[in-house]
Design a protein around this ligand. Structure first.
Ligand SMILES: [Fe+2]
Length: 207
C-alpha cells in the first residue's frame, strides 16, 4: 500500500471562550462595551470613514482597551490561555519566552460590509473572538498559504476533503474564539445579515 502523509500542516484553533480561564466573559456585556466604545470614539469613526473601512474599527484609535475597560482586561486573561494552548499544540519552541498580546481591537461590520483579504505580518498568532453574529452574517474565509506557488495546480473538487480545499469557511458563533498563525491569509466576505456583525480581533507577538 502506498503511504501518503500530510506535511507542513496549517492549524486552525476553535474553542468556546469559556472553556479556559477563571473568569467567564459575558458576551452581551462585551457587546454593550463594544457598542458604547464605538459610539464614543470619534477618532475611530473618522479613521474608519477616511480609510474606507466599512463600519467601525478601534484599530487605529484605541491601543489600550485592556487598560481602559475591565471587561477587556478580563478578556485578555482568557485569550492568553487560549493562545498558550494553541502555541503548545503548534509545538513552538518559545525559548522560555511567552506569546504576549500586541494589539486588540473592535470590529463592527455593518450589513453589506466586507474585510478584504490580509495577513498580520508582525505577529505570531492572530485571532478573533465573536461577540455578535446575526443570522446571515459572514463566516471567516481562510486561504491556502501555498496558493501563490501553485502555478499549474488544478483546482480542488468542490467536495474535496476539508483539509484538501483551497479555501476554508469557518462560521463562528458568539462566544467562540478562533486562532491561527498570523501569516495565514483571511478575509470576511460580505455581511449579508440585516444587523451588525461584532467581533474583537487581536495579535500576539513573541517577546
Ligand atoms: Fe485579520
Amino acid at each position: 500500500m502506498p503511504q501518503i502523509a500530510s506535511l507542513f500542516v496549517t492549524r486552525l484553533y476553535r474553542a468556546r471562550l469559556s472553556e479556559l480561564g477563571k473568569k467567564r466573559i459575558d458576551t452581551s456585556e462585551l457587546e454593550n462595551a463594544c457598542l458604547s466604545i464605538a459610539g464614543d470614539d470619534e477618532a475611530g469613526q473618522r479613521w474608519s470613514e477616511d480609510n474606507g473601512y466599512p463600519g467601525y474599527t478601534s484599530y487605529a484609535s484605541l491601543t489600550d482597551l485592556p487598560w481602559r475597560f475591565p471587561i477587556f482586561a478580563d478578556l485578555v486573561k482568557v485569550l492568553d490561555k487560549h493562545v498558550a494552548a494553541f502555541a503548545k499544540d503548534a509545538q513552538f519552541d518559545l525559548d522560555g519566552r511567552k506569546l504576549r498580546l500586541e494589539d486588540i481591537w473592535i470590529n463592527i461590520l455593518p450589513p453589506g460590509g466586507i474585510h478584504t483579504s490580509h495577513i498580520h505580518p508582525h505577529s505570531v498568532v492572530s485571532g478573533t473572538t465573536y461577540v455578535s453574529v446575526p443570522d446571515g452574517a459572514s463566516a471567516i474565509k481562510f486561504e491556502d498559504p501555498r496558493s501563490a506557488r501553485m502555478m499549474a495546480a488544478p483546482a480542488r473538487k468542490a467536495k474535496a476533503r476539508r483539509e484538501m480545499q483551497s479555501f476554508i469557511y469557518e462560521a463562528p458563533a458568539p462566544g467562540d474564539v478562533l486562532l491561527w498563525e498570523s501569516w495565514l491569509r483571511h478575509e470576511v466576505p460580505m455581511n449579508m445579515a440585516e444587523e451588525e456583525r461584532i467581533s474583537v480581533s487581536f495579535n500576539y507577538a513573541w517577546s
